[in-house]
Design a protein around this ligand. Structure first.
Ligand code: URA
Length: 257
């Protein structure tokens, strides 16, 4: 007959197990884990982990080239520009400012970016600088309202969204929107391009310094191109209107030739 074990003996046995490394009581009989391990089926070789998905950095310029290159009409280009995800100026702008005048006119004028008035209106060059531009064009019988190709002009900007506070566009903003401007020119197919001020000169000619390069015909995207003072500059520096007048006459002479 089994002798009852007194509590001191039980405590001593428990103590002995704890000292032997037992930490959890999970069954009535001991389990030989070494034996179990030997009998257990070998685990299958773990499948190779999938290659690390590399975070692909977006390339704003490559995306712009791809999106602009896919456009075969001005309407498609305007849609593509509005769907372009990389230019944050869009978030702060009230309106997308694409163009005004007659697409296909012999003269295409390219300015910098919409200002406050253009941002409100949705058309380029409608503020004070734009009104001066209209008077300059009228002086050589050109108009954005004209319906005859002889006197019509087509007007756009390097950037279609207003930079906050009318700040100068950043180099990266110009670079990412340039493929759209180049496609815009190709689709509008003017005979002559006029670049108003330093920003479009920097974008399309790769150089600024409008005081030196104005009035000299050069070439951008394969077309005869005339850099001129920006009308906003002429508002601040009326003395420069003399040179601007000479440049307008130069443009008129080309059109008459
Ligand atoms: N200045 C520009 O360059 N473009 C505009 O549309 C208005 C002001």
């Amino acid at each position: 007959m089994n002798q009852p074990i007194d509590s001191n003996a039980l405590l001593a046995m428990l103590q002995w197990q704890v000292e032997g490394g037992v930490c959890d009581a999970i069954g009535d009989s001991p389990v030989n884990r070494y034996e179990l391990e030997a009998k257990a089926p070998k685990p299958k070789a773990a499948a190779a982990p999938p290659p690390l998905a590399l975070a692909v950095e977006a390339d704003p310029i490559a995306d712009a080239e791809q999106m602009a290159g896919a456009c075969d009409s001005l309407a498609a280009l305007a849609d593509a520009m509005q769907a372009y995800p990389h230019c944050d100026l869009q978030k702060g702008a009230r309106n997308f400012v694409f163009s005004d005048g007659m697409a296909g006119a012999p003269v295409m004028i390219i300015g910098e970016a919409p200002g406050r008035d253009e941002d409100m209106d949705g058309r380029p060059f409608v503020g004070r600088a734009g009104q001066l531009l209209d008077r300059m064009l009228a002086a050589i019988d050109l108009s954005r309202q004209a319906h005859d190709a002889e006197s019509a002009v087509y007007i756009t900007n390097v950037l279609p969204w207003r930079p906050p506070g009318n700040r100068t566009p950043e180099a990266r903003e110009i670079a990412m929107m340039l493929p759209f401007v180049q496609r815009h020119i190709a689709l509008a197919a003017p005979k002559y391009v006029v670049l108003m001020g330093n920003t479009p000169c920097q974008a399309l000619l790769g150089r600024a310094g409008i005081t030196r390069i104005r009035g000299q015909w050069t070439e951008a995207v394969g077309l005869p191109t005339l850099p001129m003072f920006h009308p906003a500059y002429l508002l601040r520096q009326p003395a420069a209107k003399r040179e601007a007048w000479a440049d307008l006459l130069e443009l008129r002479a080309r059109l008459n030739a």
